[in-house]
Unconditional design. Structure first.
Ligand SMILES: C[S@@+](CC[C@H](N)C(=O)[O-])C[C@H]1O[C@@H](n2cnc3c(N)ncnc32)[C@H](O)[C@@H]1O
Ligand code: SF4
Length: 348
């Protein structure tokens, strides 16, 4: 592409080609939006105990978040995940969910979903389902109440389990996400698997990523999923399957339980070649890769004009900068965070 092509021309070209295509010919169809950096938990792998959060005045309003998401949808995004921080602690969050659900009605959006710690699901599960949300991810690393408190620092397992009950009762399909933590839940992953599958829920295990300063060493937390898989394979028959949810997980069917088990392996097996997603923070910063610092300030374009032309041009320009991938490493020589920002800022 000639360097003289303006961002607005790029935007028009992008529209003609119908979709957001990055320099590596990957089509971007999946947007994750961190609607708040705040959370009612302080998980040891995600946050330090004493976090400094953004001043509320810096956050995009719910209307601005809607406009931003809608611009991405007009450019070919078909899957939207609300995340955070804890998305369900953002005041007025259901207003945003309701309003975004209009894109499900038109068929422009295929899926509106969220990732939550489950603490507020008793309150919101029915409303989410009524708004067209079909599936949600709930993060749960252990079924042991004391361990749960130790991992989340502030969380109450009972409340989360009641939230999962409420979600299932409301008809939401629930997937459990568990971060594999060395010496913490590694002995318990089979129990979590039996429990999840027994309740008709998929389980996905995730490798801890070196994002943001926390109060512990990443090396002490990091458990490669190659080890987890080998241990589970001693007790279960794991059959590779093609099932995909549009995310980075690779799935197996566990023959004994009949359920699905996913692996998200950013460290042992980088999944960047098929990356179809970008992420927005609650201040409107677009990160084209979870593991790189390059970003685009969409808040500026959003606020510069009431029309979406500048915004769409800024989105197109940013996609031309989507990098090939990340290169997370956790070993003795790499114990510092790969990036300063925490997962709660970019959204997991
Ligand atoms: C940042 S949280 C945001 C949504 C919500 N608060 C929750 O916990 O589900 C999204 C996901 O990121 C995961 N996560 C947070 N920090 C991580 C890290 N450093 N490495 C890997 N996963 C992480 C969490 O376990 C969770 O499944
Ligand atoms: S993982 Fe989710 S629940 Fe835990 S501190 Fe981070 S944002 Fe909060």
């Amino acid at each position: 592409m000639a360097a003289t092509v303006s961002a607005i021309e790029l935007s028009r070209l992008g529209e003609k080609a119908s979709g957001l295509i990055d320099p590596f010919q990957r089509t971007i169809t999946y947007l994750r939006v961190s609607v708040t950096d705040r959370c009612d938990f302080r998980c040891v792998y995600c946050m330090a105990e004493h976090m400094t959060f953004l001043p509320k005045a810096d956050l995009l309003s719910l209307e601005e978040l809607d406009r931003l998401c809608s611009a991405f949808i007009s450019k070919g995004v078909t899957k939207l995940r609300l995340t955070g921080g804890e998305p369900l602690v953002r005041r007025g969050i259901m207003t945003l969910v309701h309003s975004l659900s209009r894109h499900l009605g038109t068929g422009a959006l295929k899926e509106l979903t969220l990732t939550t710690n489950g603490s507020q699901l008793q309150t919101y599960a029915s409303e989410l389902k009524a708004s067209g949300v079909q599936r949600i991810n709930v993060s749960l690393d252990t079924l042991d109440a004391d361990k749960f408190r130790a991992i989340t620092r502030w969380g109450d397992l009972k409340k989360v389990l009641a939230g999962i009950d409420a979600a299932q009762a409301a008809g939401l399909q629930v997937k459990i996400n568990a971060v594999a933590l060395k010496g913490v839940n590694e002995e318990e992953l089979a129990t979590l698997l039996e429990w999840s599958h027994g309740r008709g829920m998929d389980l996905t295990v995730i490798e801890v990523m070196p994002l943001g300063d926390i109060d512990e060493s990443r090396l002490d937390q990091y458990l490669p999923l190659s080890v987890v898989r080998a241990r589970l394979a001693d007790c279960y028959t794991l059959e590779d399957i093609d099932y995909r949810t549009g995310g980075p997980a690779r799935y197996v069917r566990v023959r004994e339980t009949g359920g699905r088990l996913g692996f998200i392996t950013p460290l042992t097996h980088n999944f960047c070649e098929s990356c179809n997603r970008v992420r927005i923070t609650c201040t409107g910063t677009l990160y084209m890769c979870l593991g790189q610092n390059d970003a685009a300030d969409l808040r500026k374009s959003l606020r510069a004009s009431e029309s979406d032309e500048l915004l769409c041009a800024a989105i197109d320009e940013a996609i031309t900068r989507k990098p090939k991938g990340h290169d997370f490493v956790i070993d003795r020589r790499h114990q510092k965070p790969a990036l300063d920002r925490h997962m709660s800022m970019t959204g997991g």
